[in-house]
Design a protein around this ligand. Structure first.
Ligand code: PMV
Length: 317
């Protein structure tokens, strides 16, 4: 018997960066995110005599997963059993496209299905949090909120709230990142003099962004999206030693997006713990935005997504 779970990546418009509690893996800053459709992690879990995790065909070192698997088993009454986990993403893994969000959410769903547990979404969200902070949000579809210090995320607006909302993912480098976001945010907290101000100023940005999202208002939401990721990166640039995920192609896209806005486009970018640039814009601007960005960075790959569904799970027939 095998349980399966499928989930889309959770991309934050307003960022979580830093832990309220490292042990509980609760966030220091609240986040507002969209769960992406079309992109998906699909995970299966089966009982075995030992634990193993295979992602896109490659066996993974267990260190990254053992505490999560232990917590899942405790929660689901599966102590003492081995779990063979296989997961596949239909998008680049560990390159700053939030594959940990969809992967851990899908695994929580697969393991719960295998255990025969009918868990409410809030419980699955809290379970997924033990794998990665952003996975807490991937359990829900549409637009999600994950408050500072909270144990679970929640739906902020449904999948159909903003029909012409699109995300363009610009993949400038496909290599896996050198520093995990978990380590990078801890490093920012421990060494950046700006980390405290980041945490203090985040609630006002989140509160305003929730209102702008409710009103589907690009002109209010866009500047807040940009403010959030740039403030987050400021805690990395000012860490000691500094942490710079950006590549020349990332910056070329950031500048081109400013040019596009100056010309009247409503295309606003964000970035996560990697070099990729993610752009939010209305559906009818996607083709023109991609054409302009592709001309600036000819080697980049572009993927487009709309808000998608939350976690789905079941037993493999
Ligand atoms: O999911 P984690 O704990 O690896 O952290 C992800 C943090 C960011 O992607 C940079 C921001 C966010 O809110 O998703």
């Amino acid at each position: 018997m095998r349980g399966w779970g499928a989930a889309g990546p959770s991309l934050a418009l307003i960022k979580y960066w830093g832990k309220a509690s490292a042990e509980a893996n609760t966030p220091a800053t609240g986040s507002l995110a969209v769960t992406l459709g079309a992109l998906e992690s699909r995970t299966e879990a089966a009982f075995d005599d030992r634990d193993s995790v295979v992602v896109n065909g490659a066996e993974q070192p267990l260190e990254r997963f053992s505490s999560f698997l232990g917590a899942l088993k405790r929660e689901l009454g599966l102590e003492g059993r081995g779990l063979a986990v296989t997961s596949a993403n239909n998008f680049p893994t560990a390159a700053g496209l939030a594959s940990s969000s969809s992967g851990f959410a899908a695994l929580a769903g697969a393991a719960a299905a295998l255990a025969g547990a009918q868990l409410p979404a809030a419980k699955l969200s809290a379970l997924a949090r033990l794998g990665s902070g952003s996975a807490t949000r991937s359990v829900y579809g549409g637009f999600t909120v994950f408050d500072a210090g909270a144990e679970a995320a929640d739906v902020e607006q449904g999948e159909d709230h903003w029909p012409d909302f699109r995300v363009v993912l610009c993949v400038v480098r496909e290599a896996a990142k050198a520093t995990s976001s978990r380590r990078a945010m801890e490093f920012s907290r421990a060494t950046s003099p700006y980390y405290g101000r980041w945490v203090e100023t985040s609630p006002a940005v989140l509160a305003e962004a929730r209102l702008a999202l409710a009103a589907c208002d690009w002109s209010r939401l866009g500047p807040l999206i940009r403010q959030s990721y740039l403030r987050m990166f400021s805690t990395m640039f000012t860490a000691a030693p500094p942490l710079i995920y950006w590549q020349p192609e990332s910056l070329a896209l950031i500048h081109e997006l400013q040019t596009l806005r100056d010309e009247g486009f409503t295309a606003w970018e964000t970035m996560d713990a990697g070099p990729q640039v993610k752009v939010f814009c209305p559906a009818d601007q996607v083709d023109a935005v991609v054409a302009r960005l592709a001309a600036k960075v000819p080697g980049a790959r572009f993927l487009t997504a709309a808000p998608g569904p939350g976690l789905r799970s079941g037993i493999v027939p």
